[in-house]
Ligand binder design. Sequence first.
Ligand SMILES: Cc1cc2nc3c(=O)[nH]c(=O)nc-3n(C[C@H](O)[C@H](O)[C@H](O)COP(=O)(O)OP(=O)(O)OC[C@H]3O[C@@H](n4cnc5c(N)ncnc54)[C@H](O)[C@@H]3O)c2cc1C
Length: 595
Amino acid sequence: MTEATDHTFYAASARPVAARPALTQEIEADVCVVGGGFAGLWTAHALALRGKDVVLLEADTIANGASGRNGGFVSAGYAAELEKIIARVGLADARALYDLSRKGVESVRALISRDPAAAQMKTGRLHVTRTDDAAGLQAYGEMLSRDFGHELEFWSKGKLRRALSTTRYYQALHEKDAFHINPLMLARLLAEEIEDRGGRIYERSRVIGADINGLRKSVTTAEGRVRMFDVVLAGSAGIGEAFPWLAKTILPIRTHVVVTAPLADEMRAIRFEGAISDMRRAGDYYHLVGERLLWGGRISARRNPPRQLASVMAKDIVSVYPQLQGVPIDYAWSGVMGYAVHWMPQIGMAQPGVWVASAFGGQGLNTTAMAGEVLAAAIAEHDDRWRLFIPFGLVWNGGWAGRAAAQSIYWGMQARDRFEEARARAAERDKAAMRAGHAPGYVAYVGRRVRNRFVRSRFGKAVIPVFGVLRRALRAAAQPVIMLGRALTQLIWWAAGAIGFVAKLAGRGMEQIAAGIAALWRTAAVPAAQRVSARASLIVKREKEAAAVKAAAEPAQETSTAAIADAEPVEAQPQKKAARGKKKKSKDKDEKIEA
Ligand SMILES: Cc1cc2nc3c(=O)[nH]c(=O)nc-3n(C[C@H](O)[C@H](O)[C@H](O)COP(=O)(O)OP(=O)(O)OC[C@H]3O[C@@H](n4cnc5c(N)ncnc54)[C@H](O)[C@@H]3O)c2cc1C
């Protein structure tokens, strides 16, 4: 597997070109452009078109930096998010800036349409989502159409998954007027056109000193010097020692690209020939180049690319397209982009006659073309569109702390992307599980996965038949026990039924006996007991009365027996009457008790 190299697929597949000379003398020009990436090339091109005498100085060879090693996507917009641009400058200026970025797309199209086959142009760009948010994406598309006049077509999950065989993506916006190209071809085309119009290009001519304060300015290389009226600084993150005030405003950020070997038929997971990128904050971007897949992704503020770049990127590919497992990586390289802290390009005048075109970040193909046009028009025609970029000025990048902060921000963005994606995948998994009659939820999912993995594993395949035999043997051994259990159950059932029946019958007899006893008690025992008790209390009362009468009669007997005899009928009658009355009363009482 190939590791990170300077040898890109573009360079490998391009025809060789003759080296351009280095600057070895002192020369004069109207304008000197420092840097031979797209920013410098487009500016020199637009100046040459306007008849300016332009000299371009490149430290290495034309487009050896980000410009000749990028993903080749040409589409509208900037590296900064639209919402942030609107928040900074308001909707009207944001719209003007967006329109400029679209003009950049058209400038590239116009140039390569002279030979689209050579530039390997393919149209369309899909912006795909890795979280399931159709409504959010549609709303974004509507905002682009309403506020920026740019129509992007919404693709549903079904349509997207018919074009791309992956479950990683949910919906997409199709930017029909975008396209992708071979960027090295474009750079070479530009350089040739500059020279055709009289521009001069010097390679291996790094600018190491500058005198830019007078009306007439100069820059120096190791062996030469250019004197001019205007200078355009388009050296991106590598502008270096001659312009420290500019260098310290640009953060160098890496991103990487690999190109696979030609894909076998079963690996044809991508049936869209345009560019594809996911909408994460630091997402993947890729497209087919002939039979191969060009895949870019990851960003990092580190100075060097990962040591195992090809394997790292291959894993990213397989995480989206598992069908591409094992596909060889033929080319792997890395490139450095320049970013300002506001993520917008630095376009404009730093001081009279000193112009800046840098920090295009990861969206440089359209914006460099636009910047070249804007700056050339400013220099040659006093056009002031560059002023739209004044709010995005030269801001110190924070030095090593800025790099560290950029790296932490990137990690933070990655973590947030992963979290959101995991949530979207869990929701989709749960829906699928419920449709298949399985339990939703992560634990159930892990359980199913473990079981499936085990079933598919070599160990599982070896052990499962043994389990089958064991299960059958156990079942055979358990058969008599099961039958005995069943018989016992039946027996207990019947016994319980019989006991219940008897208890029911017995219960009914007991009820009747109890009712009989209660009736006997009420009608016979209770009245008899009452009568006995009434009779007993009458006898006790009579006894007491008789004793009282006897006690009263004894003293009278002592004084006069006659008197007693006379008195007896008088005394005896009331007593008898009283006794009769009492007898009657007690009879009444008895009757009442009986009643
Ligand atoms: C891997 C990768 C993929 C990308 N994919 C895309 C994409 O698909 N679409 C997109 O729009 N953008 C993409 N970009 C971003 C895009 O490539 C850049 O924004 C763009 O190329 C920047 O152009 P530039 O001219 O500013 O910088 P560069 O291309 O870096 O050019 C700067 C040049 O200046 C020279 N230089 C520096 N200092 C001096 C000096 N003192 N004297 C003389 N010469 C000097 C350097 O040698 C270099 O050649 C990608 C970038 C990378 C790295």
